[in-house]
Design a protein around this ligand. Structure first.
Ligand code: HEM
Length: 418
């Protein structure tokens, strides 16, 4: 383990502005680094982060979520292990893949993308973050749950408070208190909705959770509330930043933007490369079950480990020219990118691999396709500044763009400049 006093702190302003040079220094000089501010061991190399996520040896638990997530969500599958995790995951996973995704969720995604785009498509300009990305995934999840539209604004406030609680690396007491307030408000809103839904089942996700049963196990009202809380956070914050990050990357590489516009079959490659290059979730924690030897030294049992996804995904030992955004790169397999066989780490790996990865892929494919149709000649607007913000989760703060308004019926096959 290297002391590496000269490496900027991950809680510093310098890191918040651009974490990638710091990630490089950690990878090269201190691949195992004791970080006093978060009281955790930082891992930054692909090999180490991937090993922690796959956890074949049963050394890296998710017990950290008992303090990082349970106080705001309640107990959820993310902190479970073994049979408990497997059976809870089996209860919920079918809603996010296969027929359920195709028949019930795709129409919701298409409708929400269309409605949000309708609000700006004639104007010729939009901030893709505030005008689309930050609104789209939360509307999709709310509709999947079958929630009343009037509650959607409050949902946005609650999930942002939950993300801030989980990513409260500096232990800010105000963020902690905000998370507790949001927890109480969300429970007061959600529990009556769940009780009512049990009496009035429909074909929405909430009804599916009310009736789901695996091996005689079903979910209590409290379990369902906790899972909804986790889903809102895990599904909205991340996909929001993924859509914005993908556009920021394409706008920075006009030839790749033109290629995706011509061939929409490339959207999944552009999304996979965005997940690698600019992952929405930059770091995920684990807790060691025993002493573990990794690059550079030994982590004692019972320690918190911060797995730096943003660093590992740009490890030159794994990817050629890792700082370049290249959707055509041959060392990232787009066909595996949304399964636990993924060769990037943005969804983690192993048993906690993102249960919503296929949903995210479907949302991004539909949204990007519709946005490209609605925005011929897409280009940065005056004052365009794609600077990203966030340390735990990260994405562009704003993306002000201009385009030549297209008629609503424009088809994906009509090529256009940009
Ligand atoms: C680009 C979008 C997304 C990214 C980058 C992302 C990232 C992640 C990551 C890194 C994990 C692993 C957490 C850990 O191992 O500690 C995870 C797990 C999870 N994600 Fe996602 N996620 C995305 C979209 C979604 C969506 C759309 C949903 C559902 C609405 C979702 C629901 C979940 C859930 C429930 C888990 C916990 C799974 C388990 O513990 O078994 N995610 N996600």
């Amino acid at each position: 383990m290297t002391a590496a006093h000269e490496i900027p702190d991950i809680l510093s302003q310098e890191f918040a502005e651009n974490p990638y040079p710091v990630y490089r220094a950690l990878r090269e000089e201190a691949p195992l680094f004791w970080h006093k501010g978060t009281q955790s061991w930082l891992l930054s190399r692909y090999e180490d982060v991937s090993r922690a996520f796959k956890d074949k040896e049963g050394l890296f638990t998710t017990d950290n979520y008992a303090w990082q997530a349970e106080p705001v969500h309640g107990r959820t599958l993310i902190q479970m292990s073994g049979r408990e995790h497997a059976s809870r995951r089996a209860l919920v996973a079918p809603a996010f893949r296969g027929n359920a995704l195709r028949d019930q969720v795709v129409p919701i995604i298409e409708r929400n993308a269309r409605e949000l785009i309708a609000a700006f498509r004639d104007s010729g300009s939009v901030d893709l973050v505030s005008g689309f990305a930050s609104l789209f995934p939360i509307s999709v999840i709310a509709d999947m749950f079958g929630l009343d539209r009037s509650g959607q604004q409050a949902l946005g406030g609650w999930y942002r408070a939950f993300v801030a609680f989980t990513g409260n690396l500096s232990g800010d007491p105000e963020q902690a208190a905000e998370g507790a307030r949001a927890q109480a408000e969300f429970a007061a809103y959600m529990l009556p909705v769940i009780r009512n839904r049990r009496e009035n089942l429909g074909d929405d996700l909430l009804s599916a959770l009310c009736t789901a049963e695996v091996d005689g196990v079903s979910m209590s009202d409290e379990d369902i509330k906790a899972f909804c809380s986790l889903l809102l956070t895990a599904g909205a914050e991340t996909t929001d930043k993924a859509v914005a990050g993908l556009f920021a990357n394409l706008l920075a590489n006009p030839d790749q933007l033109a290629a995706v516009r011509r061939d929409r079959g490339l959207i999944d490659r552009a999304f996979a490369e965005t997940l690698r290059h600019t992952p929405p979730v930059q770091m995920i924690m684990r807790q060691t079950a025993a002493d573990v030897t990794v690059s550079g030294g030994t982590i004692p049992a019972g320690s918190t480990v911060t797995c730096l996804i943003g660093a590992a995904n740009r490890d030159p030992g794994r990817y050629k020219d890792p700082d370049a955004f290249d959707l055509f790169r041959d060392d990232l397999t787009a066909t595996n990118a949304f399964s636990a066989a993924a060769d990037h780490l943005a969804f983690a790996l192993g048993r906690h691999f993102c249960v919503g990865a296929l949903l995210a892929k479907t949302e991004v494919e539909i949204a990007v396709d519709q946005l490209l149709d609605a925005m011929p000649g897409l280009r940065p607007a005056a004052g365009y500044d794609p600077a990203a913000e966030g340390v735990f989760t990260r994405g562009p703060k704003s993306l002000r763009v201009e385009f030549t308004p297209a008629p609503a019926a424009a088809s994906a096959s009509a090529p256009a400049a940009g």
